[in-house]
Design a protein around this ligand. Structure first.
Ligand code: PEP
Length: 253
């Protein structure tokens, strides 16, 4: 079975004490991960050592970065490279989140370099895609998302693409309390898989985990994750509440 993943995106939230409390609370709640299930915490970079220490020895739980610079090292003040994340044990890096595309002008061309940088350190890119509201209203979301995938990922080999996790996040559902219906999520996830199947073949496409993101919470996670092409979620707001995120982990199939 494909990996089923509950990924927390804390974004730029929490003090160090709050981060420690949240992880402590979460670990004290009942949550169970089977062999094909993972929980990933994309925490602010400064809290990676703390989270790594708190989650040490927990099977199938990983600490991730929310972004990285595309270069290995050099005069890029304030930036952190993928090889640096590797040295502190990070195995997953979120790339191309819509907030980074919007506020930091990340383009598909830049994302090609970042994807390559993450794969070069044998880590997993969690590659975000998803359409704004006007594209959904125009009914052209499939074409929009396909072009994000083709532009940033289609240079990869079949072996490389099978190591990428996709997060489909409709921008109109991020942090808005609006979620895509489970049917809408299934429809576009199946389409995304078909885009990979056309380029790489069905068996490679079937290995790629495709997460849904956009106002996932305890109350809707089970229904969304139960769809055949939805392999878990990338979760913002609800990942900051221990009881919510524990329930989301437990909703994985
Ligand atoms: C996100 O930031 O990736 C996200 C999906 O946020 P939220 O769950 O708050 O909509």
């Amino acid at each position: 079975m494909r990996k089923q993943i509950a990924a927390a995106n804390w974004k730029m939230n929490l003090s160090q004490n709050e981060a420690a409390t949240l992880l402590n609370e979460l670990l004290s709640l009942p949550h169970s991960l089977q062999a094909h299930q993972e929980a990933i915490f994309a925490v602010p970079a400064i809290y990676i050592p703390l989270a790594t220490q708190k989650l040490a020895g927990k099977s199938n739980i990983y600490v991730a970065a929310q972004n990285c610079h595309q270069k290995e090292s050099g005069a890029y003040t304030g930036e952190i490279s993928a090889p640096m994340f590797a040295t502190v044990g990070v195995k997953h890096i979120v790339l191309g989140h819509s907030e980074r595309r919007e506020y930091f002008a990340e383009s598909d061309v830049l994302l090609v370099e970042k994807v390559n940088a993450v794969l070069a350190i044998e880590s997993t890119p969690i590659f975000c895609c998803g359409e704004p509201l006007e594209i959904r209203e125009a009914g052209t979301q499939n074409e929009f998302v396909a072009s994000q995938l083709k532009n940033a990922l289609f240079h990869l080999s079949a072996d490389q693409i099978s190591k990428v996790v996709i997060a489909y996040e409709p921008i109109w559902a991020i942090g808005t309390g609006k979620t895509a219906s489970s049917d809408q999520a299934q429809e576009i996830h199946a389409y995304i898989r078909s885009v990979f199947a056309e380029k790489y073949g069905q068996s490679i496409a079937d290995q790629i985990s495709i997460l849904y993101g956009g106002s996932v919470k305890a109350a809707n996670a089970k229904e969304i994750f139960s769809q055949p092409d939805v392999d878990g979620g990338l979760v913002g707001g609800a990942s900051l509440v221990a009881t919510e995120f524990a329930a989301i982990i437990n909703a994985l199939k």
